[in-house]
Every structure is written in C-alpha cells, then in structure tokens.
Design a protein around this ligand. Sequence first.
Ligand code: TPP
Ligand code: MG
Length: 892
Amino acid sequence: MAETQTNGLEVLETREWLDSLDYVLSKGGPDRAGRLLQQLALHARSAAGVNLPFTATTPYQNTIPARQQPPFPGSQEMERRIKSLVRWNALAMVVRANKIQEGIGGHISTYASAATLYEVAFNHFLHARNESGDRDIVYFQGHAAPGMYGRAYLEGRIPKQKLENFRRELQPGGGLSSYPHPWLMPDFWEFPTVSMGLGPIQAIYQARFIKYLENRGLKESRGGKVWAFLGDGEMDEPESLGSITLASRERLDNLIFVVNCNLQRLDGPVRGNGKIIQELEAILRGAGWNVIKAIWGTDWDSLIQNDRDGLLVRRMGEITDGQYQKYFVESGAYFRQNFFGTDPRLLKMVEHLSDEQLARMRLGGHDPIKVHAAYKAAVEHTGSPTLILAKTIKGYGLGEAGEGKNITHQQKKLNDDELRIFRSRFGIPIPDAELHDAPFYRPSDDSAEIQYMQERRKQLGGYLPERKVRATPLKALPESHFEEFYKGTDGREASTTMVFVRLLSKLLRDPEIGKLIVPIIPDEARTFGMEALFRQVGIYSSVGQLYEPVDMDTLLYYKEAKNGQILEEGITEAGSMCSFIAAGTAYANHGINTIPFFIYYSMFGFQRIGDLIWAAGDMRCRGFLVGGTAGRTTLAGEGLQHQDGHSHVLALSLPNLRAYDPAFAYEIAVIIQDGIKRMYVDQESIFYYLTVTNEPLPMPEMPNAPNVREGILKGMYCFKPSQKKDAKLHAQLFGSGTIMYEVLKAQQILEEKYDVAADVWSVTSYKELYRDGNDCERWNMLHPASVPKMPYVTQTLKDAPGVFVAASDYMKVLPESIAQWVPRRLVCLGTDGFGRSESRAALRDFFEVDAKHVVLATLTALQREQQIKPEVLRQAIRDLKINPEKPNPVVA
Ligand SMILES: Cc1ncc(C[n+]2csc(CCOP(=O)(O)OP(=O)(O)O)c2C)c(N)n1
Ligand SMILES: [Mg+2]
C-alpha cells in the first residue's frame, strides 16, 4: 500500500475522497460520517465482493482526538508540583529504606510511570463520597504502594515516622506494609492487589455485586464507580482477562480499568515483538468493552493533525513495543533517524523540532490533559465497562538510573548523582548537601501545594485509600432456627449437605437477616440438592427472565429475577470466590452486612483458588465457604479429580479461617449459629470453612452432656462413651465427617468381638485443636514461672483410658497435627493418595479408613502396649478379611 500511495494518481484520488469525507463530517458530524462509511463498506462488498479485513483494533492513536478534549479543570502547574512531591517522597521512601536496611526492597519505577494516572484521578475523579453519598471503590496497583504512601504523607495522614519504617512494620511505632494489606493496615488499605490478576477479577465482581445490591434494594444507586489500576504485564494473568465478558454482559458501566502500559514487566518488555496496547484493545473491544487509548501526549497533537495521508499513524502502528522502549532510552537523533528516517515525508514533519525536543515528546499517560480526557469519557460512558490504555515509560524520571531500562523494576538504590538529577528534574527544594540521605520533603500545611491538594480531596469527599467498617453489628439470631437440628432425624437418613441446605433455607426466611444472605453457587446447585432455592429466592439476573423457562410447569423451575438472591455464577470458582469476597467485605465497603455462603465442590476450593481465599483472609472477609461432597471416600464414583482428602490440610494455612469437618446435623447448626454471632454480632475478622458430605445417614440427637456445644466449637467432644462397664481393655476413637459412622461401627465390633471398651469422640475441627495446642505451648514457653496452660485436647483426654486411634476422610497429617497433646500415642488413619472411581465401601477399604481398619489399628495399638497377644492380632486380620498384601494407597 505504501508503494501505491506514492503513485501520483492514487494520491490525488485519495485526497479527493478525504476531502469529501471532511465535507460530510463538517456538515453531518461523526455519526453521519460513520453511517456513510458503513454504507460504503456494504456497497463495496455487495457490488464487487471487496472484503475489508476483520480488525478489532483502531489505529495506534488516541481514541479521543485533540479537538474533542475537554478543558483541564484544575491548575496544571500546581498539580505538576504536587505530583513531583509525591514522586520524590515515594522514591525517597524506597531509597532510604534500602540505605538503612540493605535488601529490604520496594519499587520505584512502577509508581514513577503511573504518577500522572493517579494524580489526575486523585485531584479530579476518585470520590471518597460524592454529592449523593456514594463513593468510588479503588483497586490500587500493589507495586505502586509507595506513591499512595507518599501522597498520604503530604495529606498529613501518615506521619514521617511511618514512612521511615516502610517495609519495617515491626519497628517501634509500626511501619508501612510493602503492599496493600488490609490485615496489616486495616484503616488504610481495602484491597490486597499485589498477587497480580486478583485485582482485576475482583473489581469486575465488585462492580457486579454493587448492581446486585442495588437491584435487590439493599443499596441505593448513586453512581459510584469501581476503578482498577493495573499493570500491562499483569494482564497476562488468566484472572485478569478471564471474566471480562461478565462485565460487558452485565453492562457494568460502573467499572473502569486503567492499564498502565509502560510496556515492561519485571524482566523485560511485555510484548517486545508486538504491541500490548493493540492486543488488549482487541481483546476487550471484542468482548464489548468501551476502550479508550491515551497513547500520545499533547506534543504530538499538531503532528497527528497534519498527518493528512496517514503516514505517521501507519509508522506508529508498525513499530514494536520493544523498539518503542529503545526510543525511550535513546537520544533524539536516534529517534529521528530510526523512526522518522524511513520516509523523507516523515522526516519533514519533524524538521522544525530539535533532537532534544524530539526526545522529550511526551506520551499520553504522562500528559494530564490526555489522562483527564480519558477519565472524563470513561465516567460519562454508559452501557458497558471502560478500559483505558495509557502509554507510559517505566521508571519515568529516573534517567540513567533506570528510565525505560530492563532493570528498572528492581531499581531501589540511587547514587548521589542520580538523586540530584531526579531532584532537579522535578524541582524539589532540597539542597545538594542534604541529598545523600534522600530526606522526605513536605511543604508546610499552609503552602499552596498542600492547600490545593487538601481542597481537591475535600471536594471529592475525603481521602483515599481509607478502610472503614461502615456497618453496625447485627443482633444475635433466635435459637428457634436451630432447634430442629438438635433433635436429630429420628432414624431417617439425611446427608449433612441436605441438613445444611435446610438450615440455609430457614435462614433465608428470617425477617432480619434473610435478605442479607447471599448464596453463591458455581453451577453446582443440583449436585448439592439446592434447586428448591431457585424458586424460593430466585436467581439474580440484572435483566430478569427474558425467556420462558423450559421447566416452567414444575414446582422448582429455574427462576431468574432482577431481585433474585442466588448468585448462580456458572462454572467459575474464581468468579464465585470474588462474589464471596465482595459480599463478605460489604460490611466495610458498603456498610451492609451481607452474609455469603459459597457452596462448591471442595476439591475446587483451596486447591484451585487458594490465592483468592488467602486474599479474603487478608481483607477480613466474613462468610461461610461450604465445601460440598467432601472427603476422599465419601464421594462415590467420582475418582481422582473430585475426591477431596486434603482441603482441610490446606485450610490449616489460613490464619483467620475456622475450618470444621462436622459429622452431624446439630454440629452444623451450632457452628453456623456461632459463626454468624462471631462474625456479624461480635465483629471478629474471621471466616469459616465447613465441609458437608452427601452420604445419607441417620442424624442423631445432640447428646445431653455438658460442654457438648463448647466441644463442637473448640474441636472435639465425647459423642458416645462406651456402655461396657468392667472391660479391661480401653480405647478412645476419634471420628469426623462421614467416617464417624465407620468409627461407630468399629466401636461396636471392638466391644462385641474383642472386649474393648471404646469411647467415640467427634472431632469437628483438628485445626481449632491444633491452634489451641500451639497457643498453650507458646504461652508456656514465654511464661515459665506461671502455672502452665493445658491444651484443650490434653484437658479433655487426660483421664481417658486406653489407646488412641483417629480416623479421618482427610490426610493422616490432619489428626497427626494434634498428636503431641494426646496423653499417649495417637494412631492415625487417613486418606493419603489419589482418589479412585469406586463405591464408598470399596474406597474405605482401599484407603484403610473403614470400621475394620479402625478395629485393626486399635488392636495393633493395644498389642504394642502388650495388652493383647500377637495371635489375637493375626487372627483379627483373618477375621476382618483384611488383605495384608493390598497395595499401599499412598503410592497406588
Ligand atoms: C501472581 C504474581 N506473580 C508474580 C508477581 C511478581 N511481580 C511483581 S511486579 C511484577 C511485574 C509487574 O509488571 P506490570 O504488571 O507490567 O507492572 P508495572 O510494574 O510495569 O506497572 C512481577 C512479575 C506478583 N506480584 N504476583
Ligand atoms: Mg508494566
């Protein structure tokens, strides 16, 4: 095409067409011109089969042309000065921290590239509270944290002392966490974003959850936006792009992604051989997003306006990101020769500019006017989410110390020369003599800069980020919801999943908290027998139900409604978890005590989306994770990928998660009742994991013994003491989940066949027992002169006679985690190994957790203590029909 363009006739012809189009534009405006172009394309196709190549991208230019830019509403000069101060303090924070403590780390170059993106947002867009009372929710890019601290310091929200202790949180007076962590800075950060990809996906579900709250009448619609500031490298995470169609499908015009396209990630270019801006534009535009590109700064406006033949824009589109990066670090002469030198007409375009001027041509993401125009268009856009792609330079302003270089991400030390250059470039009034220590700098409160920034924040309703608990505590739930579960099922069989669903549907009817419950399901409701809820509370849909459901004539039809309560997320555990987090943190973010119940296949929880669960813990998220059809042997037939024998082991790693593996209906009732109280009445920063199983079994009545309730919550209690009075041999058997029934069978066999009096304990939570045991050990170590504390396990079992055997549907390490506090050796049976497609009975035999193996383990323990003879054991293996040569499930 370039060659044919040089043909004189064609050039003339093109000119004529362009002139005609200009005429149409001036007379009929862009809409008319757009229609005309469509008509032309149609005509070309039908008349002569001309097929325009498909393209999801627009030219490598700003989406908003210069003449459509709104005027900049503030003082550019003042904002530049403020921005320079934030830049300096952010840089000084990292440099100082690394001077004091070599290797403490931190990031300079991320914020350096994003400063304009943040400052324009802080000065003009981000509402802490808007006129009508709503606010914007902002996900800050984790590695840009020094910039947020630097600004908060200038705002007078963070004292210098804390800046000194950036990344040194254990210093007297506290410090600042490396990245956004609500756990560590609960008054400041709201969203942990540094595990990349979790910010964007959470922002999408946050924006959707806000619409959910509004459509269900739990929150007024007041125009707040959700902003996510993201890295271009970060967009490679599957979570970043995995849910973008939800955002467009749900028309989330309350959502704005700002991607800082500095073309670099940690090691080097994001797309050296391509163009990340074009790639992301194609993907998100194709998915129905409104995409705004801010590539070129004002310096380029006149060049672009005079580019009548499109030569410049074509050249811009030819260059790869790797080469653009090269221009950032090279001289103006190199830029002229390499970029413009390919065509004499291009060279002519810039002949009036010196090399110096060429080298300084600003990019869109560093130009407040371009950034402001993009933000304004984004907040005014309706009908779809917006993506802003802003082109910047990584390490902007660092010069030789790292600007645009591949090493820039890791740069945290600047020598005196480099500090001096940075200081001078941004005009920070620090004399040379003091530069060496990179001192912080804050002008006085009555300085023009501080006054200006305070006034801007005042206009926008206050400071950001700021985390606050905005909801007031709930009242405790009435006992009546739970009583039926204490009574048991009178011999009727019910799985704990059924019990849970029944309890959930009761809670949904509660006049106070019913509406606050948010059931979340990733396409698994029928698996858990929850379809009755479809009809009872409806499935949320922002458009209601636009079709006649195929099962309309049945009682439990698939009912979608605008005020539907269930979040039926489809097959996305990650998305469901994001809804869980949005609902479980609404007590802080929106002042609404929504109580999420996320019900899923337990195998696809910690194992698949563990990092989101970790983020939930950091965020002080509340709610119940319910791992359905759990256990390695309780889920018949499903095999290796579904049979979960380790989610409770993984749950050990989450500090503020209470994990329970209940066996009986009343245990579930006690745990959920207490959970709601602790989280929503007492306001504790904890959340829950509960496994429920699908084996129908008779649910017993709650034993009428003292401390049962306390035992359920603390992790264990005696469920069924032996009735055998004068036995010589004794055993203590621990069971949980459905394996409890195997243990109860073993109790019977031991008593009847082997004369062993066995007490059965229900262990509802090894994790709680483990936590308590360690807590006591620690306290005792630190307080040697005091009366030692006794772990709950020890206290409970101290008088229990005989041997100890635990059987779990989870890995052996789970019961082993408390073995040190059991008075004598604890023998543990568990389900280490890959699952199998089989019946429950065969699986329990295979994993050696069925009644006969519990019996054998008990007899073995007795024999080890020489309470029974070896012959008894050998005979038992025969009688119990155990094959000693069977494969070891751990390696089979
Ligand atoms: C899930 C995850 N993987 C890896 C990292 C480590 N990491 C931190 S920053 C970074 C590069 C970020 O590049 P980009 O997203 O482009 O952000 P920029 O700093 O360029 O703005 C990497 C790999 C992380 N924080 N999270
Ligand atoms: Mg980057």
